[in-house]
Ligand binder design. Structure first.
Ligand SMILES: [Zn+2]
Length: 99
């Protein structure tokens, strides 16, 4: 290989790396925008039926109940908190949702 060919190869590789980086950045940005869009679309909506969730605060636990299918959704770590409630607390917890 002539020295100039090696140089060309080097610059082509540099060019490729640069463009790859730009593409990767674009993908990252798109993923962020898509995440934001999905969050706006789904925030406080039932994961099963897509209807609005009603948020209830019980002893610092934020419980979301679906206004349509009556599914109950908990945020991260809240199931553990609910599981630690004693029997009467648990009964009160469920009576909130009884009709
Ligand atoms: Zn629902």
């Amino acid at each position: 290989m002539k020295p100039s060919e090696k140089e060309e190869e080097f610059f082509a590789r540099m060019e490729f790396e640069k463009k790859k980086k730009i593409e990767e950045e674009k993908h990252k940005r798109l993923a962020e925008e898509e995440k934001k869009r999905l969050k706006q679309l789904h925030y406080m909506h039932c994961p099963k039926c897509g209807m609005e969730l009603i948020e209830i605060d019980y002893k610092g636990i934020k419980i979301d109940e679906c206004s349509e299918c009556e599914g109950i959704w908990l945020d991260a770590g809240e199931l553990e908190t609910v599981a630690k409630l004693e029997k009467t607390g648990l009964d009160k917890f469920f009576s909130i949702f009884k009709k």
